[in-house]
Design a protein around this ligand. Sequence first.
Ligand code: IDP
Ligand code: MG
Length: 139
Amino acid sequence: MERSLILVKPDATQRSLTGEIISRLEKQGLRLVAIKMLHLDKGLAQRHYAVHRGKPFFNNLVDYISSGPIVVAVFEGEGVIALIRKTMGSTDPAKAEAGTIRGDLGLDIERNTVHGSDSTETATQEIKLFFAPDEIFSP
Ligand code: IDP
Ligand code: MG
């Protein structure tokens, strides 16, 4: 069964949007199989966003994602990766459609409220960074 890692980013935990975001995903028929709150250190933030190392926004992104607590969760279901990407909306909230999480709740292209894995390979890597196998409650 396909899995996706999501992050409720610091801008969203700070604005008390965690429940709203998890709820929007559960309402898509996706099953929540793991969840925790944590404050990323710079090292883990750099590993999570390693693919963006060298880009102009990388250092700010690492500072931002480690600036406050985040909620990390795993959802499971058929086509979960694509469905979550669709529910999140475009990276830039200004371009994301109304009805998407980023379109409705995102602040700007950096503080865009939520992360979701973009492929099965990245999902597997990202989930391993945050969860031990016995922390994932697959039915
Ligand atoms: P995604 O989150 O929609 O997959 P990516 O291109 O993978 O978008 O970028 C990862 C994260 O980096 C974004 O969610 C956003 O927080 C930040 N980011 C992406 N592009 C920019 C930018 O041009 N300026 C500032 N931050 C950016
Ligand atoms: Mg991405």
